[in-house]
Structures are given as C-alpha cells and as structure tokens.
Design a protein. Structure first.
Lengths: 166, 662
C-alpha cells in the first residue's frame, strides 16, 4: 500500500512554486501561523480557468446556486458526518485536509464538487489540488460521493461563511 | 560441477523411465534443458498489463486457496478459507470466528484439495469457486466479487471429504463423497470394533445445494452407499446431464495395511449416480431423516459478520430401497481422476495403479442399464459389465495415471504421477499424440475450463508433488512447483515454472474477463449494518458493559478515533470495533495493540471488524495502524491506559481531534 504513489518527484518540482503561493490560505489558512511567506493577494488562488479543463469534470454551468436550500444542507451535513468529518473541521483549522469555514469564498463551486467527485483526476491534473497535496501530504480519499451528494455537501459548505472579522 | 539431479535425487523416476519403452517421453534431463523457442514472450505480461486467466489453486495442507495470474504465474492473492490467517485476522476477528466452527469445536486448519468453478449451462460463469476441506469434512464457497469465503458447510456422516466439491452443469448441486467409510447412526452404532468394518461401515455421497444469490449452502440430500473409498468425481453434462460419476477404491473393504490390502483387485469402480432421480426421490419424501450433526457457517456482507447454524439430521436416500439410483462400472485399478469430456459422452477413469486409461461411454452405459447387462452386484448395487460400458482404452499411456482434463479441440491431457509426464491423447481415436515431461511427479493438471462443457484451451498447468532442483534451494523444505505448458500447437511446450502455496491439488483457471468487471472495490458505508459500526467520528466512543469494554473506533487516513483510551482494567475484555471510513479502492487500515493474543485486523474500506483484547498487566499500551496508508501512516497510533482491577479511573476516550478549533 502506498497511497501517495502518485506524489512523485516530478510533481514536487513542477508545482513547488504554486504550492508555496497557493496552500497558505487553502490548507493552513485562517489565523494559524504559517512559516511560508505571505503571498500577494492576487496569487493566492489560481482560477480553474487558468488550466485546461479536463474532460468529464463538472463545469461551472452545471452548478446553479440559488438561495440556500435547507433540505440540501441537511443531506450534506449527514454525508459530512460519515464521510468527511474525520479529516475536515468546520472551522478554519486543518485537521488532515483544510477546514471548511469560508471555503466557498476561496474556491469555485465546481472546483469543490470536482474535488469531491473526481478526486483522483483533480489530484493528477489540477494545480490547486496538487498544491493542497503538497501541503497536507495525504491524498484526499475518493469517498465515492455521487454528483448529487457533492452538491448537497456544497450547499452545507455555503452555510459556513467566513467570519467577517477575519 | 553440479551432480546430475537424476542420479542423486530421482532414482525412482529414472528407474521407471528406463524400464519403459517410451523412455524418451519421461526423461527429465536437468533444470535447464526443457524450455525451447520463444517461451519468454508467451508468458511475459508487461508491467501494468493484466493476465488473461485467474488460476484458483488449492492450498493443500495450508488449508487456503491461492490465486495466480496466467500466463505470468504471478501470485495475486491468498484467500483464507479453512485455516486461520493472522495477516487478515481471518479466524481471529470476532466476526470471522464462526466460519471455522464445526461439531468438533473451533478448527483452525484443514487440508484443501480441489477447486471447482460455478457454471451456467456447463460453462464457467466466474461467480463462485468451491473448495473442499478434506480432514474435517467441509465445503467452502468463495465469492469472486470479493475473493472471500462466503460460507463453509460441514458434511455429516463423512470422514475425509476428498471426492468433492464438484458441480453439476448449472451448479444445482456440489457433491461431497467420503474418502473413509465409517460406522454411522447412534453413539452405540458408531462405537464398534474396527475389524467389523465389513458389517458396520458405510459411505455417503452428499449433494449440497448452493444459493448463488447470497453465497450460502444447504445439504439437500445424502445417498448411503456400500463401504468404498471415494476419491474424485465429476458431473455428467450434455447427454449425461443428470448423472454424477465417482471414482472408488478399496473395493476390497480393507481397514488396515491399505497400501497392500486395498490394491488386490484388478478393478475397482466408477460409481454412476442418477442425481436427477435422487432429487426426485428426495422431493417425493422417499428418503428419511437420519442423525447427522453439522455446522453451516455463512458470512453476511451487510453485517460484516459470520453466523453458524447447527443442523442435527440429514435427508438420506437408501439405494437398497431406491434401486435405480446407483450403478458400478468396473475400472482398473484404484482410480483417482474421474473426468467427463466436454461432449458429456465419455468418462475417463485414471487408475493410479493401472496400465491403461479406460474410456467409458455414457450411451453404452445407458444401454447396459436398460438391458441389465450386469456382471454381478456389490452389496446389492448392480455392477455393469466392463466390456459393455467401455468405449476403449488408451494403451500404455504412462505410469501412474492420475487425472485427465480436456481442451477445445478434442484432445485429453492425462497426468502421469510415476513417470512424471503429461500425455496428450485423441479422445476419438484414443491414440497418444504427444507427451512432455514434468518436473517432478505431477499430481493434478488443469486446462482453463478443462472440466466444463467449454474448455478455453490454450494452456495446461501441471501441479507437481516434488520440486527438488527446480528453484534455488531453501533448506529441506521447498515450495511446491507448478508448471505452465502451451497447448496451442501440436506439441506441448513448457513455458514457465511458478512456486505455489502448500501442496497444490486441483485448480481452476477462469478467463479474467468473467471476473474482473465484477470485482468489488469497497463496501458502502451506508450499507454497513454491523451492530458495532461507527458511522463517522461523532459516533466514536467507549462503552463499558460489566467486564466488557466496547471501543467504537473509526479509522481514516491517517488517524484513529478515539486515539487515547483510559479506564480499562486488567481482566477486562476489550473489543475494538474498527470501522474503516474510507470509501476508495485499496485503502485498508490495519490495527494492532501490544500484547494482543490473537492477530492484527485488516479492515477494508466501509467495513467493521472486531479485535478482542484481554490486557494482562498494568501500564499504557500502544496501538497502531499496520498497513502503510499515507505519508502520515507512522502517526496513525494511540494509547490505552490499563489500570489495576478495581481501579477507579473513569472510562474516557479522546475523540476531540477534529472538533478542536471549531
């Protein structure tokens, strides 16, 4: 068993720069101290549009956000408790992966859903995902959620707004 | 200079070879001379590519089943079946212990011999395989979605389940013929002098009904037979569908010095059973329930737990009353293999001590039965005339014929134990067309689909009893050797050797395409109905129930919850119920705690498994994940504080890792 098998030297080399700039907020984030240099605001999050979209990934058009749907939130929370909570806090602190508080303000909705549904494809191809892997050093498990499940989790995340003060 | 292995290690084989007119056929020269042509390219499966066949090989005295890829000979899996397996926790975890329960108690070992594949219309369907437990008579059913043993049933009124677990063409039944005759019935009827063998000993063949929807088995009925030793068996198919054939030895009814006393008769028998008729009699209530205690154990994939049912009697049919169930066909001499060709017309007996391979005709057998063409009877069962049922004999096939399989082109392949060779012969003409040495002393052989209505052909695999100089020496004990031969051309061609686990007896090779698409990748956590499941860290907790402490523990890359436990006392029984929260393929977590008297647990994604631990001394004991799971695997660890019996330390568990900071 070696689940970090795709985490090769090449990956390290290719994405080290992006890693340094992107993960600070994504993974350490919030009010925790980080030894990495504070990046310029514009460099913190590379937009998904900057890299070529992979075939089969969920596109922005497929994710319509309206007023928060409490039914979907409840379903998303239920999934979170079983499949996500062991690694993701609802605060800003990282446990294994990043805390979810404020995540919808940092990531595009379709990026979040792709990380959930197409985890391995994202870890292979998406620069932000790879930067997160460099920070967290544990490959995010594919927890085998359906696209609907992921949409519900996204709705739950939308209730976790960042604190205005931070 | 290395010495010639023949003169130093194989004098018997050499002597046999010299003594025979076909000496060229069984002259194993040395370890290097056997491979010709482009064997390497025929077995090379490039990295990242898959093998063409799964080869399910009996583990012999390991009690397990091993799985190889063909043609590479790469070992893919060891499936725990009849023996405990500390690597996976099989037989050690609370969930799997019932699988090894028998009327003799918990039995941690058996001797597994023969593998049979599930079939539809006589063709392998890739859903299940069965394997027999020879010593404490049992049959195990293995689900090829999970490569796990789904049920194990004990066979009552049997002693040495050797002639097993062969299948009818639609896997309606799996059979179990006893190797040893034994006295049956009440305690008084079973407590008899061994020398009263001829009066008091009987044999049975049992028909087991599998349920392929859930991987369980039931005993349908059992036929009481004269005291013979059943060796192997195979079902009819096509025209002979509805019949089953069992090779029988020790028709002398010897009970001691069998090596000599059971080899007196020139011919023993192949017993033909009209199982469709037996099934009908069973349905019509013509059998009677007789004493026969047995365990029937099955594993439920939704509760992730095995349970045992106990049966106390079986439906037995008596051929003395139901006179058209059984017929004996004389067969030279101490037959082992009993194999039916793909057309279903011919039955081949492989008599270990015989000089010919007899080929029986099913059509002739039917005519002989209709005409009552008997040469006599044996304990009231008609014995058909040899000449009347014989299609013909393969003359001088080799020494020690043991087992025969078939290809898709009308050829048969018989293993010759004494002369160490595979002999290829034409099923129609009965002429030997090719022979090739094996290294050494072949037992069974296997052609993919070679005992079915549709052999896939391409290879024959020899499962050898003696290894000697085939591999680098490893002291007195050597791995058993299997050998892969190409049968595509007119001449058989040795391609590769590969070592095997235990002693390989019979095996099945099944096209990968029938199995690979259905392989389960993980258990859905939503469907987990284990009574001690922990669905998410929020449910992680520790509960005391008298002296039992139940730890509801989760694992995910790369931590346990809880990871610190206090309040456990010496003398407690601690049950660690581990739920793996991962939902991805190939991400098991392991669990070991210092001083565990059992084994580790290996918990598959979405599964719950339980390790019982009885701490014997005061202190803080560590536990950790044994299966390298991520870069933070080494951090996947925790502590249990064990206090003296009677201590007041309150029970507590740290599950706050994730909640911190919210």
């Amino acid at each position: 068993m070696a689940n970090n098998k795709n985490f090769t030297l090449n990956t390290l080399k290719a994405f080290s720069l992006i890693g340094i700039t992107a993960f600070a907020m994504a993974c350490g984030g919030g009010d925790t101290t980080s030894s990495t240099p504070t990046p310029a605001p514009g460099a913190m999050v590379k937009t998904p549009e900057a890299s070529a979209p992979m075939a089969g990934l969920i596109t922005a058009d497929e994710v319509k956000l309206g007023a928060i749907d409490q039914g979907m939130v409840a379903k998303g929370k239920e999934i979170y408790d079983v499949k996500c909570q062991a690694c993701h806090s609802l605060g800003t602190n990282r446990v294994v992966g990043p805390g979810w508080k404020g995540v919808v303000e940092q990531r595009k909705p379709e990026w979040i859903m792709n990380m959930i549904v197409h985890t391995d494809a994202m870890l292979e191809s998406d620069e932000q995902a790879q930067a997160l892997l460099e920070e967290c050093l544990v490959r995010m498990p594919n927890q085998n959620l359906t696209q609907d499940d992921a949409r519900h989790v996204l709705e739950f995340m939308r209730t976790l707004e960042a604190d205005k003060a931070s | 200079m290395r010495s010639n292995p023949l003169t130093t290690t194989l004098p018997l084989v050499l002597a046999a070879a010299i003594a025979l007119p076909f000496a060229q056929g069984c002259k194993p020269a040395n370890t290097k001379s056997a491979v010709t042509g482009d064997a390497a390219s025929k077995v090379f499966v490039p990295p990242g590519q898959y093998d063409e066949f799964y080869n399910f090989v009996s583990g012999g005295f390991s009690g397990q089943m091993s799985v190889y890829g063909l043609p590479s000979g790469r070992m893919l899996r060891l499936i725990p079946v009849f023996s405990v397996d500390p690597e996976t926790g099989w037989g050690f975890s609370e969930e799997t212990k019932p699988m090894l329960m028998t009327t003799h108690g918990f039995i941690p070992w058996d001797d597994s011999h023969h593998v049979e594949a599930s079939m539809s219309d006589g063709i392998q369907n890739g859903k299940y395989v069965w394997i027999n437990g020879n010593n404490t008579p049992r049959i195990a059913m293995i689900d090829l979605k999970t490569f796990r043993t789904s049920s194990i049933i004990e066979i009552p009124n049997s002693a040495g389940n050797h002639s097993s677990p062969f299948s009818t063409p639609n896997s309606e039944y799996i059979v179990a013929g006893t190797r040893f005759s034994v006295p049956m019935g009440t305690d008084a009827e079973r407590d008899v002098p061994i020398e009263t063998y001829k009066e008091n000993f009987k044999s049975t063949v049992s028909f087991i009904k599998p349920d392929t929807s859930n991987g369980t088995m039931e005993i349908a009925f059992q036929i009481k037979t004269p005291a013979v030793d059943f060796d192997l068996s195979h079902s009819g198919k096509g025209p002979s569908d509805g019949w089953f054939f069992f090779s029988c030895y020790n028709t002398e009814k010897a009970h001691n010095l069998l090596e000599v006393s059971a080899s007196q008769n020139d011919k023993d028998f192949i017993m033909a059973v009209n199982w469709k008729k037996a099934e009908q009699y069973a349905k019509e209530g013509k059998g009677k329930m007789v004493p026969g205690k047995y365990y029937n154990n099955s594993y439920d994939e939704s509760t992730h737990m095995a349970t045992s049912k106990i049966g106390t009697e079986v439906l037995q049919l008596d051929p003395k009353e139901l006179t058209d169930l059984l017929y004996f066909m004389p067969c030279p001499k101490s037959p082992h293999g009993c194999d039916v060709d793909p057309t279903g017309e011919f039955i081949v007996g492989s008599g270990k001590l015989a000089a010919v391979l007899p080929v029986f005709s099913f059509a002739k057998m039917q005519t002989a039965i209709a005409n009552k063409d008997y040469e006599g009877e044996y304990d009231g069962i008609p014995v058909l005339k040899y000449e009347s049922v014989l299609q013909g004999e393969v003359k001088k096939p080799g020494l020690g014929p043991l087992h025969t399989e078939f290809d898709d082109k009308g050829f048969a392949y018989s293993s010759m134990f004494v002369s160490s060779e595979i002999v290829k012969w034409n099923v129609k003409t009965l002429e030997v067309v090719d022979r090739v040495p094996t290294y050494y002393s072949i037992g069974h052989l296997s052609v993919p689909g070679g005992d079915s209505r549709k052999p896939w052909g391409k290879y024959v695999i020899a499962y050898n009893k003696i290894t000697k100089d085939r591999y680098l020496p490893t002291g007195p004990e050597l791995a058993q050797s299997a050998q892969l031969y190409s049968i595509d051309g007119p001449k058989m061609e040795l391609l590769a050797d590969f070592p095997s686990i235990g002693e390989p007896h019979y095996a099945q090779a099944i096209p990968a395409d029938l199995i690979r698409p259905h392989s389960l990748k993980f258990f859905k956590i939503e469907d987990n109905k284990h009574p001690y499941v922990t669905k998410g860290e929020k449910e992680a907790r520790v509960v005391r129930d008298g002296k039992n402490v139940h730890v509801y523990m989760t694992c995910i890359r790369s931590h346990f919850a809880p990871d610190n436990i206090e309040g456990v006392k010496v003398g407690d029984d601690v049950y660690f119920h581990l739920t793996n929260l991962e939902q991805d393929w190939d991400v098991p977590h392991g669990f070991a705690v210092k001083g565990a008297q059992t084994a580790e647990l290996l918990v598959m994604p979405g599964e719950t498994q339980t390790l019982k631990w009885t701490p014997t001394s005061v202190g803080v004991q560590p536990f950790y994940c044994t299966d390298f799971c991520s870069a933070l695997h080494q951090e996947m660890q925790g502590y249990v504080r064990v206090s003296p019996a009677g201590s007041n330390v309150p029970l507590s568990a740290n599950t706050k890792s994730v909640d911190a900071g919210i």
